[in-house]
Ligand binder design. Structure first.
Ligand SMILES: *[C@@H]1O[C@H](CO)[C@@H](O)[C@H](O)[C@H]1NC(C)=O
Ligand SMILES: *[C@@H]1O[C@H](CO)[C@@H](O)[C@H](O)[C@H]1NC(C)=O
Ligand SMILES: *[C@@H]1O[C@H](CO)[C@@H](O)[C@H](O)[C@H]1NC(C)=O
Ligand SMILES: *[C@@H]1O[C@H](CO)[C@@H](O)[C@H](O)[C@H]1NC(C)=O
Length: 446
């Protein structure tokens, strides 16, 4: 009803003032463990969106042909949110963001690109002024749109039992992004993280990003989850245990990727559970992986040049959305829950609770703004030569530096470990082994 009124008002202003846009997306805010628009609870009904996927990594929000082709179908599907994994901060996004807004659709944007991201293996080295300029400039570009719901500081940087050390830099980055938004943006755009579903450390990661002083805590947390496959159920999928485990978690939580495709076509009966009071006291919806059909077969629509064809999964998901209302009232959200306890450092959890300071060479961007966005090209920020030679986290000593062979690998396609880590942090992991809690997907960015 609210949307209808807003559309009418906006249409009137369009008719009488000639302003060519009718925004129906008031900003999303965080209250307690939930999202809100005004006084109404907001549940993410979203998809992950990166047409061309990995092999043809292109900014989908700067090509109006692509936006016109896709956004009407997103609206038809019943979406209110899309997640985009990579964008070009030097491109113009006004038209596409307006089209999304007119369709009532918000954006959650990953700030990383293949060239600019945190290195899983050398996190401290990759946390440098070139990288931070990129991140802050991306915030500048997208913060002017009311339908920017939030930013993912990073995606699946911790992807195994042995990469937890890098979480320290993810948390430092979240702190910096929130501080930058506080200084340079007129509203508190939420910042969070999209986690891989790694059984060994998924709870630690969630707690870690929501512990300690308020200025270092994340605004929300999300994880990728492929445990509901085929005609499963709340209990059979283990989602009941996830609700149990995250009960009392004090910030908004949602699924940043879901939609196991081991049984196809997908019937998406998990939608009924996700937007029911079984889950809404703890979760705020999620993002179905993914809008366009790519080689890994998770698509809802098939793209051929300018043509879009809906697939059976599209119709099935649309049917589920349209027959699933949000719970009445506030859906059981909770305010004033306590922050999490910081996980103790151990051989299984190597992140430190003291964060590295913002690199001094980046303070000019923090204080004065990021300046001109540099786009997606150029040398990877992971290999920027550093003045300081200490790649240790606070309290550590003797952390390894990126070796010259690692930097020599930077232009090599394929399997260079350092390149993989960087791309994974900014990119797309696809395909997941279900039930083992391990990501086994092929990364298709190359
Ligand atoms: C926009 O996308 C269309 C469809 O994929 C493509 O043909 C066209 O070249 C793109 N335009 C630009 C400027 O990249
Ligand atoms: C983690 O283990 C994998 C596989 O054994 C290895 O390739 C990778 O380099 C390790 N990463 C770190 C940060 O130790
Ligand atoms: C729930 O928490 C327990 C205790 O930490 C853990 O062993 C279990 O794997 C968790 N289950 C899920 C589904 O996250
Ligand atoms: C797109 O659809 C039009 C009309 O059906 C058809 O003529 C054209 O060949 C299609 N293009 C592609 C690339 O499939």
């Amino acid at each position: 009803m609210k949307g209808f009124t807003a559309t009418l008002a906006a249409t009137a202003s369009l008719l009488f003032s000639g302003i060519a846009s009718s925004k129906v997306t008031d900003p999303v805010t965080v209250k307690g463990n939930a999202f809100f628009v005004g006084n109404n609870r907001f549940y993410i009904r979203g998809v992950d969106y990166q047409p061309g996927g990995s092999s043809n990594l292109a900014d989908p929000l700067s090509n109006i042909t692509v936006c016109q082709r896709d956004i009407s179908h997103m609206k038809d599907l019943g979406l209110n949110t899309i997640r985009v994994y990579t964008s070009d901060n030097s491109a113009d996004h006004d038209e596409c963001m307006d089209l999304l807004s007119e369709a009532g659709i918000y954006l959650i944007l990953d700030v990383n690109t293949p060239k600019f991201s945190i290195s899983r293996d050398f996190p401290v080295a990759s946390y440098n002024e070139v990288y931070l300029q990129h991140v802050f400039a991306t915030i500048d570009v997208f913060s002017k749109y009311t339908n920017t719901l939030g930013f993912f500081a990073a995606n699946e940087v911790i992807n195994a039992a042995n990469s937890t050390r890098a979480a320290t830099v993810v948390k430092a980055l979240i702190r910096d992004m929130r501080k930058y938004i506080g200084k340079h943006v007129n509203r508190p755009i939420p910042v969070g993280y999209s986690a891989a579903d790694v059984a060994e450390n998924r709870r630690e990661m969630a707690y870690y990003l929501n512990c300690g002083s308020d200025d270092t805590r994340s605004d929300f947390f999300a994880f990728n989850d492929y445990s509901w496959c085929g005609p499963s159920s709340f209990v059979q999928s283990g989602w009941d245990k996830k609700v149990e485990n995250y009960t009392g978690y004090s910030i908004p939580l949602f699924l940043s990727e879901f939609g196991c495709n081991l049984v196809r076509p997908r019937i998406f009966n998990e939608i009924k559970a996700l937007y029911s009071t079984q889950m809404t006291g703890v979760f705020s919806g999620g993002l179905v992986y993914e809008f366009t059909q790519e080689p890994n077969n998770y698509g809802l629509v098939q793209i051929d040049g300018d043509n879009l064809t809906t697939l059976p999964d599209f119709d099935n998901l649309k049917k589920q959305y349209s027959s699933t209302n949000n719970p009445p009232g506030d859906g059981g959200y909770q305010n004033n829950l306590p922050a999490s306890n910081c996980p103790e450092k151990s051989s299984l959890w190597e992140a430190t609770n003291t964060l590295p300071d913002l690199p001094s060479a980046a303070s000019v961007y923090m204080n004065n703004g990021a300046g001109t966005p540099k786009g997606t090209n150029g040398a990877s920020s992971q290999f920027v030569p550093q003045n300081h030679k200490d790649y240790s986290l606070p309290g550590e000593s003797g952390a390894p530096a990126p070796s010259s062979s690692a930097s020599a690998d930077k232009n090599k396609k394929g399997v260079a470990a350092s390149g993989m880590a960087g791309l994974a942090a900014g990119g797309l992991w696809m395909g997941v082994t279900v039930g083992l809690g391990t990501i086994a997907g092929a990364m298709l960015l190359f």
